[in-house]
Design a protein around this ligand. Structure first.
Ligand SMILES: [Zn+2]
Length: 581
């Protein structure tokens, strides 16, 4: 901009490797800058700050307004369902189970819900038997039905409680010829973890259930009633939609664990450490089940880490990321207290896809830094990070207007450059500005002028657009500028001009194996479609804080995780390591 367009094939090929840069002001040729080295040599801050104890945390997977009507789980050797508060434990051999709300269930794809319109799959009305005799079979039932289950005992076990084994009764029922003729399924229903009824059939209407009951009563003496869908009940189905059992009772929750201490998988294949806890949504206006993963904090960090970094990368990078994630999660713990869990599985807290592929290298990095978090003034720090920040960061003050002492701007020429180039036609820029509410711009944009950069940074903080009628608008703030482009501009670390123009930028070249570098002023010809404005830059995101690729480069240069964190979060404190580093 302001430069005469120059031609040059040689330079057009070089732009892809080029870092985004400041256009010339405060340029000094060949000056060796040791800005960062002072950070590097500063003693890694440590004090008596406490480590965070490992603790059970609850991660809300699908809760409240996101509650599900059914959730499928699998575990290689079956699942155990522990009912709170009664303590009843039910073991199921099925590898795959679906926990659903109680009601008429309709299927769309593999999803079950009470919304009619899909394939009618499981009826929510059942015959509930509390007492039966087989006069024709001559079985004398002085059984004390309903079947009582002692709290804490394992339903289905034959541990001496009479009559504890509901399946014995189900098997007796199944021997009945009328029962066989009607080919009705039968399954246990555990009531408040205290007693158990046998439920029979899955009917979509009460009338159908009553009719079937009348038929059964012709040949056997049944003390039975019709159980209707109930908001305080859940149904557990096999993957073929056979009902395995039901639970009913107010304010119950269900802790589901794999029988063999293995992993439990969610419907989408997500593997989870710990237990999956389910409970009916309290809000009576909504039918649903809250799904929560309960696991230890350290296991959770181990589960998050593979989503952020490759487990094959340098172990010091893995450790720095483990500390960063632990800090972030510790800071956020409790923000969902009102929702009934500690942390959500969405980007609001942290996107969580389950255990993913936590390898030994990942788990080692978590263990080596166990409990360690970064603090400032005794509190966990704010830890923004991105996969790449380009060749530098921007201070929190310049990005967000908020002074954060441990989030200054730093140049990071050690980071592998990932430059990008984005084109906008004059009309597209007019549209973007118009959509953003800048009424001063009433036509195609004729010029784009960068006015200022963030202090000590290549991030643009002031930019002026002028249209062909002379109307102009100046947009301030690196984040405001980035967000103006509706996601099409990866970061506000860029140079800009018309395609074919030659623009200046600052190149920083590392000297040696450390973080020292020299600066030089370079020019690049902006490659693009004639007449378009070309934004060429690097980095992705707000540019504040930690960069995964930058930390990776430092780790590969021999920096340990404490040094890496100290470079990106200078002044933040890290407790002394207890174990080896
Ligand atoms: Zn959240």
């Amino acid at each position: 901009m302001g430069k005469k367009p120059v031609k040059g094939d040689a330079t057009t090929q070089t732009w892809v490797k080029i870092v985004c840069g400041i256009m010339g002001f405060l340029m000094v040729f060949g000056v060796l800058v040791m800005l960062i080295s002072s950070l590097q040599t500063a003693a890694v801050e440590s004090n008596q700050s406490q480590t965070v104890p490992d603790q059970q945390i609850s991660v809300g997977l699908y809760c409240n307004e996101n509650a599900v009507q059914s959730y499928a789980l699998s575990a290689e050797h079956g699942v155990q369902i522990a009912v709170a508060p009664s303590g009843l434990t039910v073991s199921l051999d099925s590898q795959n189970v679906i926990v659903s709300v109680d009601g008429n269930l309709y299927r769309v794809g593999s999803e079950l819900s009470t919304t009619s319109g899909g394939i009618a799959t499981v009826g929510g009305y059942h015959i509930e038997i509390s007492y039966f005799t087989f006069s024709d079979l001559g079985i004398d039932t002085d059984h004390d039905n309903p079947v009582f289950i002692r709290p804490g005992s394992t339903a289905g076990s034959t541990d001496g409680y009479s009559p504890a084994n509901v399946y014995d009764y189900i098997s007796l029922l199944s021997d009945d010829t009328t029962f066989q003729a009607l080919s009705l399924p039968a399954f246990p229903c555990y009531v408040s973890g205290q007693k158990c009824y046998i439920r029979v059939g899955n009917f979509f209407t009460k009338e159908e259930a009553e009719e079937a009951l009348a038929q059964l009563q012709r040949t056997m003496t049944l003390n039975a009633s019709i159980a209707e869908p109930d908001a305080d009940s859940v149904t557990v189905l096999a993957r073929d939609y056979t009902v395995l059992c039901e639970f009913t009772g107010k304010n119950q929750s269900y802790q589901i664990t794999p029988t063999d201490d293995g992993v439990i998988r969610g419907a989408d294949g997500r593997a989870f450490c710990g237990t999956i806890s389910m409970a009916s949504v309290k809000d009576s206006s909504r039918k649903g089940i809250n799904v929560i993963n309960q696991l230890s904090l350290e296991a959770y960090i181990g589960a998050l880490l593979p989503s952020e970094v490759s487990s094959e990368w340098d172990s010091e990078l893995l450790k720095s990321m483990a500390v960063l994630l632990r800090t972030e999660i510790t800071r956020k713990l409790g923000c969902h207290d009102a929702d009934g869990f500690d942390i959500c599985a969405e980007s609001h807290c942290h996107t969580y896809i389950g255990r993913a592929t936590a390898t030994d290298r990942v788990l080692d990095a978590v263990q080596a830094t166990a409990g360690q978090i970064l603090t400032y003034d005794g509190a966990p720090i704010y830890t923004p990070y991105a996969m790449t920040n380009g060749n530098g960061t921007v201070s929190a003050k310049d990005a967000f207007g908020k002074e954060v002492p441990y989030l200054p701007a730093i140049y990071t020429p050690w980071e592998e450059q990932s430059s990008w180039s984005v084109e906008f036609t004059p009309f597209e820029l007019y549209q973007l500005l118009s959509n953003a509410g800048y009424r001063e711009i009433t036509g195609n944009v004729a010029s784009v002028q960068v006015n200022a950069w963030a202090e000590g940074s290549d991030y643009v903080t002031s930019i002026t657009f002028t249209d062909l009628f002379g109307g102009s608008v100046t947009v301030e703030g690196s984040e405001t500028i980035r967000l103006l482009f509706s996601g099409r501009l990866p970061s506000s670390c860029f140079v800009v001009g018309l395609a074919g123009e030659s623009v200046e930028y600052t190149k920083r070249t590392l000297s040696g194996n450390a973080t020292e570098y020299s600066e030089s002023k370079e020019t690049v010809v902006l490659a693009g479609t004639y007449g378009s404005f070309v934004f060429m830059g690097s980095g992705s995101g707000c540019g504040v804080g930690f960069s995964v690729m930058g930390a990776k480069a430092l780790a590969e240069r021999g920096f340990n995780y404490r040094q890496i964190l100290n470079i990106y979060f200078p002044g933040a404190e890290l407790p002394d390591s207890v174990g080896t580093e």
